[in-house]
Design a protein around this ligand. Structure first.
Ligand code: DGP
Length: 115
């Protein structure tokens, strides 16, 4: 996707503070952190949101949840204390970047319900 900012980050056309990368996924620090540790994990391929996922993405999303998120949380030292994982989807959830991204937030006590 030509105008997608996260595609540009995945292709290194825009700088980001990368904390993890492999063939299919990149994780980088959020530009506007909402917690002491705030990382975005994205698939490198363009998928607009959860709504556009297909069965072809099962392995990719499984990889993010079973391998990437726990690994990054451990490296950020928030695995034991706890962390929050958020995927904003669509307008009501205030998804501002239309490239599926998983927020990983930690390093402080979270509140519930989220604001
Ligand atoms: P959401 O509301 O779920 O669509 O969150 C999008 C997040 O992306 C928001 O927390 C700010 C972050 N963000 C937007 N543009 C950039 C960027 O160019 N670089 C980085 N690192 N983060 C960005």
């Amino acid at each position: 996707m030509e105008d997608c900012i996260f595609c540009k980050i995945a292709k290194k056309e825009i700088e980001s503070k990368t904390v993890y990368e492999d063939d299919t996924v990149i994780a980088f620090r959020d530009l506007s952190p909402q917690a002491p540790e705030h990382v975005l994990v994205i698939p490198k391929k363009h998928v607009k949101s959860i709504n556009e996922l297909t069965s072809e993405d099962t392995a990719l999303m499984g990889h993010i949840f079973t391998e990437v998120l726990p690994k990054v949380a451990k490296e950020l030292n928030i695995a034991e204390g706890g962390y929050r994982v958020v995927i904003n989807t669509g307008e009501d959830a205030q998804q501002t970047v239309k490239h599926l991204h998983v927020h990983l937030l930690g390093g402080r006590k979270m509140t519930w319900p989220p604001g």
